[in-house]
Design a protein. Structure first.
Length: 322
């Protein structure tokens, strides 16, 4: 079952929904109703757009002053609805993508200090999300993950850290093209080697890895899920799945996923022994109040599935009674 969702309010490649406190409060209520227990701010800022009034990012990156403190709002709503909140770090959109990894780490360490001083008192603040997403091994990204993960822990007294990388599969396609697949994708063996090396380098700095599940074909997904779990646990990391609720199979980037596809991915994760699922991303692609009408229908189908699974479990428990 889906236990957590990302929150994407920078929305650089999906439409912004222009919600205020009322709409966000209603969305948290919808999340709670289907069993979501955790929200993860996918990034606190991207380039010059930021989710809270950061003195660091306004000064160092020329970021624009936001009209609302979304970090404070999300923490307050998390506490209201009994959810855990993970803070997503800043993505410069330039330093780490051009090989300036030390600069990306430097600016994020200042953000971590600022955020913990400002929001660390909230009981809902339970961890950190390192927002720089990758699919393959580079020595520099290992260093970035390790540096930021250790720093988050040192500042916050050891709170949990998480990453959500993607697989360099057949559907690893730019959102700025109508194509939906490509040749020359990563093999299972190469993926295993790359990520075993990465996990060895970030052990102790990152606690949870939740691979995005949308970049490979459905009939090869379970093999990747099993490998992800095997190598993560061998290196002391928890392995979750990020079961995407948007569709990568259509030329329009991006629309809510077909229910049968989401159900299949959840069932495959269960078969692979992965117990925890998060999603990107409830508010746009699954919420009854999403800008996409079909997102509310996906919510209804998922609610039916949750009830179905609960009834099955009840039958099993009753059968096990002496």
């Amino acid at each position: 079952m889906i236990k957590g969702t990302f929150l994407d309010e920078i929305s650089h490649d999906i439409p912004h929904q222009n919600w205020g406190r009322k709409e966000w409060d209603e969305d948290f209520r919808h999340m709670k109703q289907i069993g979501i227990e955790m929200v993860i701010l996918i990034r606190s800022g991207y380039r010059k757009w930021i989710t809270y009034s950061s003195d660091v990012l306004i000064k160092e990156m020329g970021a624009y002053q936001p009209s609302i403190d979304l970090v404070k709002l999300f923490l307050e709503l998390s506490e209201k609805y009994g959810m855990l909140f993970y803070f997503g770090l800043y993505d410069s959109g330039k330093y780490w993508t051009t090989g300036q990894y030390e600069k990306e780490v430097e600016i994020n360490k200042a953000v971590i200090d600022e955020v913990w001083a400002r929001y660390g008192q909230y009981k809902a603040f339970k961890g950190w999300y390192i927002s720089q997403e990758i699919s393959r091994k580079t020595n520099e990204i290992v260093s970035l993950y390790a540096s930021l993960g250790h720093y988050c822990k040192s500042v916050s007294g050891g709170l949990t850290t998480m990453i959500s990388p993607y697989i360099d599969g057949v559907k690893n396609i730019s959102q700025y093209t109508s194509k939906t697949s490509r040749p020359n994708c990563v093999s299972l063996d190469q993926h295993k080697k790359d990520w075993d090396d990465i996990f060895k380098g970030i052990k102790g700095a990152v606690d949870i890895v939740a691979f995005q599940d949308g970049h490979v074909e459905y009939d090869e997904l379970i093999d990747f899920l099993r490998i992800n779990k095997e190598i993560a646990e061998a290196n002391g990391l928890e392995c979750w799945t990020n079961t995407e609720t948007f569709d990568r199979d259509m030329p329009i980037k991006f629309l809510p996923i077909k229910w049968e596809k989401l159900r299949l991915k959840l069932e495959l994760a269960k078969q692979a022994g992965i117990e925890n699922a998060i999603t990107f991303e409830f508010s746009h692609f699954m919420s009854p109040q999403s800008a996409y009408l079909q997102a509310g229908h996906l919510y209804n189908r998922y609610q039916e599935y949750v009830r179905e699974q609960s009834e099955k479990q009840t039958v099993i428990c009753e059968a096990d009674k002496p």
